[in-house]
Design a protein around this ligand. Structure first.
Ligand SMILES: *Cc1c(COP(=O)(O)O)cnc(C)c1O
Length: 306
């Protein structure tokens, strides 16, 4: 039994009516940890335990850290999550509620990550949030599920942080003989390391993350995400934070589910006049979810950046 669940693939009445096409939502927000991360992280944790690990380590103060904590508890192994001081109280609470040990270290994620790496002994497995082939294989299961029920989408819209979700979805498309399905890879302004890297044809490292979509806040994408651009049709889209927040609030109104601005970014692309969207008749949106946002916070963000 995998640690993740099969999620609904539902037709959005709201977006389908609005766009006069079929818009399908892959509801990863329904995973027990509230985001798709559980698929890949679950696969990594199981594989690490099978090869002898006795402790799991994460340096993510977001959905990846929460997923590692969840998997450790389910699998009965201790988890250490090292997070920087900037990590929100809500994220800290969610990690602790899963029973993980939490170490708060450093002002930035880089410092927390260095510390997490130093804990990484022989029986201690570090779980990377986006750059690991086993993780991608786990994320790819969401496409396996879509392939069972159908319909085959003409385009897939997803959010990109470090590119783990993208690598997983592309792998899933290929292993289901859907390698012709284009991807719309959405980032927010100020967290757009992937779009910049693709434009430059080499990995670009952002000096800082200025977007409020913290789950998209990788400074550079994984190499595999860049490699895929040579083999798979991937269109980069960058949206302002305000549109991502507005799309998350609209999703709450129309679909009654709270998601982070990171997920709102993917939903916001449905409002753009993009040729890949215009020519598609069935569009799949990966509703990647995220639990670090609350309704109050989304409303406050909408007011402050609106
Ligand atoms: C991690 C995450 C992303 C970005 O995924 P990557 O694999 O880093 O590209 C997007 N949305 C949510 C909610 C996330 O937790």
């Amino acid at each position: 039994m995998p640690l993740h669940i099969e999620t609904p693939f539902v037709r959005s009445q709201f977006h389908s009516r609005r766009l006069q096409k079929n818009v399908w939502l892959k509801m990863e927000a329904m995973q027990p940890t509230g985001s798709f991360k559980l698929r890949g992280v679950g696969a990594v944790c199981e594989s690490q335990l099978a090869s002898g690990a006795q402790r799991l380590v994460s340096s993510s103060g977001g959905n990846a850290g929460i997923a590692v904590a969840y998997c450790g508890r389910e699998l009965g192994v201790p988890v250490v999550v090292v997070v920087p001081e900037s990590t929100s109280q809500r994220a800290r609470d969610l990690i602790r509620l899963e029973g993980a040990e939490m170490i708060v270290h450093g002002a930035t994620w880089a410092e927390a990550n260095d510390m997490a790496q130093s804990l990484n002994g022989p029986q201690c497995a570090f779980v990377h949030p986006f750059d690991d082939p086993v993780l991608w294989r786990g994320h790819a299961t969401m496409v396996d599920e879509i392939a069972v029920t159908g319909p085959k989408p003409d385009a897939v819209i997803l959010a990109v942080g470090g590119g783990g979700l993208l690598c997983g979805v592309v792998e899933g498309l290929w292993r289901n003989d859907w390698s012709d399905v284009p991807i719309i890879a959405v980032e927010t302004e100020g967290a757009d390391c992937y779009a910049r890297s693709v434009a430059q044809g080499r990995p670009v490292e952002l000096s800082a993350i200025s977007s409020i979509a913290t789950s998209l806040g990788a400074k550079r994408p994984c190499d595999k995400a860049l490699e895929w651009t040579a083999k798979h049709v991937i269109r980069n889209v960058v949206v302002p934070d305000a549109l991502a927040v507005a799309a998350a609030l609209q999703f709450l109104d129309e679909h009654r589910v709270v998601v982070e601005p990171a997920c709102g970014a993917a939903l916001a692309a449905l409002h753009l006049d993009h040729p890949t969207i215009a020519s598609a008749s069935d569009i799949a949106v990966i509703v990647c979810g995220g639990v670090t946002a609350s309704v109050d916070q989304l409303r406050a963000l909408a007011t402050s950046i609106g």
